[in-house]
Write a protein of this length. Structure first.
Length: 153
């Protein structure tokens, strides 16, 4: 007995990813509505960062143990979500982790809360792993290394 399978059932079904729920009115300036109009644009990838996914990302950031892992997570955030993370020494002395500038580039769809929680998680990770801070400072030639900063990755 042979079964006949229609060609319609073999077509791949487009998988829709869940999108981040909207913030309460007046609580955020993320411009989510503008991105909802063009969901297929690369800029709309940031909407894939749901609250659950954000929690997973924060957990992943807290598990970072090396500078290379930090660079890898940063590149994954850029590749998968379009989020540009910038970490650099501040204009003054860097005596503690608070002397580092950690921020996410402004972009539509990136919630204000997310712009605060991701840098805070990275700062906490750096406080727990001072070797990452030394590698970061060394990559920016503050400890005498001749290598260029790895910020372009």
């Amino acid at each position: 007995m042979s079964q006949v399978v229609s060609s319609e059932s073999t077509q791949p079904v487009p998988v829709t990813r869940p999108l981040r729920k909207e913030c309460p009115p007046g609580a955020c300036d993320c411009q989510r509505e503008a991105l909802l109009e063009c969901l297929h644009a690369p800029e709309a990838r940031v909407l894939w960062l749901t609250r659950e996914e954000e929690k997973r990302l924060i957990e992943r950031i807290t598990r970072i143990a090396t500078y290379d892992e930090l660079l890898h997570v940063r590149s994954l955030m850029r590749k998968n979500l379009g989020i540009h993370l910038h970490i650099s020494p501040g204009p003054n002395e860097v005596r503690t982790v608070r002397g580092l500038q950690i921020h996410l580039a402004e972009q539509p769809g990136l919630c204000r809360k997310t712009r605060d929680t991701i840098p805070a998680a990275i700062r906490k990770c750096l406080e727990n792993n001072p070797t990452i801070v030394y590698a970061l400072l060394d990559a920016h030639d503050l400890l005498g290394s001749a290598s260029p900063p790895a910020e372009s990755a």
